[in-house]
Design a protein. Structure first.
Length: 322
């Protein structure tokens, strides 16, 4: 092989590995650039200046399931942040970045879930989910659990496709009340709007709902992520629609999923299994929806941690992307 051909092949390999431009000539952002874009986006929100980030002229922005224009929503209400609590998940394949962070809106702590879609270096889609955490949950939203952001060693790392598949399985397990449909690790912990919702329960004196009454004596110990679903404790969820799991980062084992929980609440009592202290769960609520974002920490083929954010919306409300 002559020197010219060797040099040409070497250059071709470098171009192929760089991912700077696709075959169609479109600009592609690498992992670091996607993370920086997210940082720049939130800095622009704090500055109330959409010109500080590369927004496409036809950008679509949805905030809490409603379409908004650039300059509206968080562009007006952001008053500070982000704080130290920040989970950012870049995906170079789908050219998206998403996650959850804490910031200030209207001068108050706000938990924000987000997703940015990039085409040729410009943001074509932006999605915001905003929840106001209860005061008693704020201590859990000061710092991200350490393992959440750790890089996964190569031998325990799952492929991007596997991460997406495992994250999607969570919704089937929840929707069908079958904890065996998702690969939950024994140490799986879930937090929702800062509140730990799994493991859940336990003997008197164990961790309960912050600010809630003390639990009565029980023969049942802590329910983990799997046994909680097997008990039918989530049977009040009617359907889980608008499932979108398209963001995953192999390096950290994080995957991001959006969904729309619907609750028709036609039934007020639900049978509980494997709990000798109670036979039914009473859910005396009016119909409602819960648009949500979940971030899953996955390694070794199992879900180890879940950080979620959701907000209540009218029953059968649209997603904002119709």
């Amino acid at each position: 092989m002559n020197r010219k051909r060797t040099a040409w092949l070497g250059a071709a390999v470098l171009v192929a590995l760089s991912g700077v431009a696709s075959a169609s000539g479109e600009k592609s952002l690498d992992r670091a650039a996607l993370i920086k874009l997210a940082d720049d986006y939130f800095a622009a929100l704090v500055a109330h200046d959409p010109r500080k980030v590369p927004l496409a002229s036809d950008i679509k922005t949805v905030e809490n399931a409603k379409r908004i224009a650039p300059g509206e929503g968080l562009w007006k209400t952001t008053t500070g942040g982000p704080t130290e609590f920040k989970i950012v998940v870049p995906d170079t394949v789908s050219q998206q970045v998403g996650g959850i962070l804490m910031m200030q809106s209207d001068g108050k702590p706000a938990e924000v879930g987000f997703r940015l879609k990039v085409v040729n270096g410009k943001i074509t889609e932006a999605e915001h989910l905003i929840a106001v955490p209860r005061e008693q949950s704020l201590p859990n939203l000061q710092k991200v659990r350490p393992a959440m952001l750790m890089e996964v060693p190569y031998e325990y790392r799952d492929s991007r496709g596997r991460l997406l598949h495992i994250a999607k399985s969570y919704y089937d397990a929840l929707d069908l009340n079958n904890g065996s449909l998702a690969p939950f690790a024994p140490d799986c912990e879930r937090r929702e709007n800062g509140m730990r919702t799994a493991p859940n329960g336990g003997a008197v004196g164990g961790a309960g709902i912050p600010g809630g009454p003390q639990r009565p004596p029980s023969l049942v110990g802590m329910h983990d992520c799997k046994s909680q679903l097997d008990s039918q404790a989530m049977a009040y969820i009617t359907t889980i629609d608008n499932r979108r799991v398209t963001i995953a980062d192999e390096l950290t084992g994080l995957a991001v999923g959006f969904s729309h929980f619907r609750h028709d609440m036609k039934q007020k009592e639900y049978r509980i299994l494997n709990d000798p202290s109670r036979e039914v769960s009473t859910m005396n609520f009016n119909p409602f929806d819960l648009p949500a974002l979940h971030v899953y920490k996955i390694w070794g083929g199992q879900i180890h941690e879940i950080e979620a954010i959701g907000f209540m919306a009218p029953y059968n409300s649209p997603s904002g992307w119709e």
